[in-house]
Design a protein around this ligand. Structure first.
Ligand code: ADP
Ligand code: GN1
Ligand code: MG
Length: 370
């Protein structure tokens, strides 16, 4: 069987890890925009099992070793907590870093790529597009529980794997720089999108101002809570495992709730090329609020007061990032077709408009449940 996927030899990579199993084959897996993810099958003493093998995108994450230090700390703490409570599925409820043969939680290859291996979480999956309110409820409940557990981490502050990741004013500045440079010659054709972003500069700084003034606390947050970053049980839909921990670091609870709204409250997927298809479903939003508040029991008044706004902010920020990447020639997010980032940007900005139109109703929903 072939072990070479693209330019990477997955058999060779897996041999750097202490898996005590024979490599069978590997194939690209999932729809993440950042890392190179593979599902790799092994034979262990006659039993087939699979692992997730990932190459960390070191263009996006400048210090993959520091990133893995974060991931190792967070996952060890989660496993210890699950075992202490006697959870019968402790290795299914958290990611676990499989050790490399040198004992590290990662392997650096001759080309400078940093690789890691996680057990494949079976009988659960992540969704690119939401199907029902129960999924919204369970995903939000799982991310809220993740924040609650992360608050018990203790020790040093986690590394900031991407500095200013959700600093929306800085994201707007990056857009202005990309417009000025216009390195791909695309600025004139996106004048409407540029105007849309500029008209919302005041929104961009609303949360960062509150954080600076001390009204909104820093917490350990996930920072990438899109719906497909939590695996839901195939049978019960329960959120069994929060994944994609690369951006788990100091942040605001609102960044996490906002990104759930961005990905679990719309009527269509993030890259639907027809922006008219996207709008907010208030029943989905309500399910998110209920699920999140069922586990995130620690929020202060200012956080609660900005839950509805956070969805708009994170969607605006993501649209700004897609537009910036389009202007820079698609250097950050993986794309599958020309104009993909522009489609994503238009879709996100259209969702921002729908959120603006429904802000009163969303605030009323939060008030009813908070
Ligand atoms: P990216 O940062 O590129 O989004 P992720 O860590 O989210 O990378 O992984 C990409 C996809 O791989 C996920 O959306 C999920 O479908 C799948 N995946 C990742 N880790 C696991 C795991 N341990 N078990 C099962 N599926 C996984
Ligand atoms: C990326 O890695 P993935 O696909 O889960 C991105 C998020 C964006 C998201 C948009 C490290 O998430 O910030 O919101 O795409 N992750 C990083 O879909 O930039
Ligand atoms: Mg992901």
């Amino acid at each position: 069987m072939s072990s070479s996927t693209g330019s990477h030899d997955l058999r060779a990579v897996s041999e750097a890890f202490d898996l005590r199993a024979d490599f069978v084959h590997a194939h690209p897996y999932g729809s993440g925009h950042i890392n190179d993810t593979y599902c790799a099958w092994f034979d262990q003493a006659g039993q087939r099992l699979r692992y997730i093998i990932q190459r960390i995108n070191h263009n996006v994450f400048k210090d993959p070793v520091a990133l893995m230090e974060n991931v190792e700390r967070v996952t060890r703490h989660a496993l210890a907590g699950l075992q202490a409570e006697g959870n019968p599925e402790s290795y299914r409820r958290t990611l676990v870093c499989m050790p490399a043969k040198d004992g590290r939680p990662y392997h650096k290859d001759a080309g400078g790529n940093v690789w890691r291996v996680y057990p494949f979480i079976e009988r659960a999956r992540g969704y690119d597009e939401i199907e029902n309110n129960e999924q919204a409820y369970q995903a939000a409940r799982a991310f809220g529980a993740f924040q609650k557990f992360a608050a018990t981490l203790g020790g040093d502050r986690l590394h900031e794997t991407i500095p200013n990741f959700h600093n929306t004013p800085k994201r707007l500045e990056a857009l202005e720089a990309a417009i000025a440079a216009d390195s791909a010659g695309r600025a004139t054709e996106v004048a409407d999108e540029i105007a849309f972003a500029r008209a919302r500069a005041a929104d961009c700084s609303r949360i960062t101002d509150l954080i600076a003034a001390g009204g909104i606390p820093e917490r350990v947050t996930h920072n990438d809570t899109k719906l497909n970053n939590v695996l839901l049980d195939d049978v019960t839909a329960e959120g069994v495992c929060v994944i994609d921990l690369d951006t788990t670091m100091p942040g605001s609870a609102l960044y996490d709730f906002g990104d759930m709204v961005r990905t679990a409250a719309p009527t269509t997927r993030e890259d639907d090329p027809d922006p008219r298809n996207i709008g907010v479903r208030l029943d989905r939003f309500e399910a998110l609020v209920k699920g999140y508040l069922s586990s995130a029991t620690f929020l202060n008044e200012a956080e609660l007061a900005h839950l509805a706004f956070s969805g708009k902010l994170l969607t605006l920020e993501c649209g700004i990032r897609f537009l910036t990447d389009h202007l820079q020639g698609d250097v950050y997010f993986k794309i599958k077709r020309p104009g993909h980032n522009l489609d994503r940007c238009r879709n996100q900005f259209s969702f921002v408009k729908s959120l603006e139109e429904n802000m009163g109703a969303m605030e009323e929903i939060v008030n009813r449940h908070a």
